[in-house]
Ligand binder design. Structure first.
Ligand code: 13P
Length: 247
């Protein structure tokens, strides 16, 4: 069976209680979406958002700790995300790799913790502009996948997001051929790491908008998107969902 397509929104450090009105609008406009819809808000909004999202929209965290509990001030355990309604957690986003020095090994440890808590891990990879210019993109992605995916990853508990660092929040996107090349490589790399590699959902992220979503969703091995800025407004995210439903 083809993997169920996934439209995922990453609110990053944006949004407040008033912004939950966007979730109400999204649910009203897409009460029975033809793809899976996921929103990953700041952790403080997970619990109130769950009441609005019901079963129409899945929820996710944006990070978790590798340990199940303990003296880690400011951190959040995977089980705590699950407890307030999350089914997913984004891990290894380039902003966390850059801001918090997260290594591939740290991401793999967090993903293992997410799996142990029953969450699906969305593991992010992506090259910088300097790495692309140097012709290192495929090697960088392969190495990040190799180091960031834990043992016992499956298509059910793991999603991979390809987010070129230079495409995030810039309005720039790779060419269709460049996305196809990386997604094809990721599918091949997964075959070495995951039993049911063909069923692992591969998301593209980086300046996905209503205007380019349909084109991106037509690229082979693109099973959905991880959307930043355009996920904050119900109208924009709804248009991206509609493009994925018909892809
Ligand atoms: P933008 O869609 O704002 O470029 O962000 C992409 C992203 O980083 C999603 O995780």
């Amino acid at each position: 069976m083809a993997p169920r397509k996934l439209a995922a929104g990453n609110w990053k450090m944006n949004g407040d209680l008033a912004a939950l009105a966007e979730i109400d609008a999204l649910v009203a406009a897409h009460p029975a979406p033809g793809c899976e819809v996921l929103v990953c808000p700041p952790a403080v909004l997970l619990h109130p958002m769950k009441a609005r999202a019901g079963t129409v929209i899945a929820l996710g965290g944006q990070d978790c700790h590798a340990n199940p509990s303990g003296a880690h001030t400011g951190d959040i355990a995977a089980a705590q995300l699950k407890d307030v309604g999350a089914a997913y957690v984004i891990l290894g986003h380039s902003e966390r790799r850059a801001d918090h020095g997260e290594t591939d090994a740290a991401v793999a440890a967090k993903a293992a913790a997410a799996h142990a808590a029953g969450l699906t891990a969305i593991i992010c990879v992506g090259e910088t502009e300097a790495q692309r210019d140097a012709g290192e993109t495929l090697a960088v992605i392969a190495a990040q996948l190799d180091g960031s995916i834990p043992a016992r990853a499956t298509a059910a508990n793991t999603v991979i997001a390809y987010e070129p660092v230079w495409a995030i929040g810039t309005g720039r996107t790779p060419t269709n051929d460049q996305i196809a090349e990386v997604h094809g490589l990721m599918r091949d790399c997964l075959a070495d790491k995951v039993g049911d590699a063909a069923a692992v959902r591969l998301l593209y992220g980086g300046s996905v908008k209503p205007g380019n979503a349909a084109e991106i969703f037509a690229i082979p091995h693109v099973d959905g998107a991880l959307v930043g800025g355009a996920s904050l407004k119900a109208a924009d995210f709804g248009a991206i969902i509609a493009a994925l439903e018909t892809a």
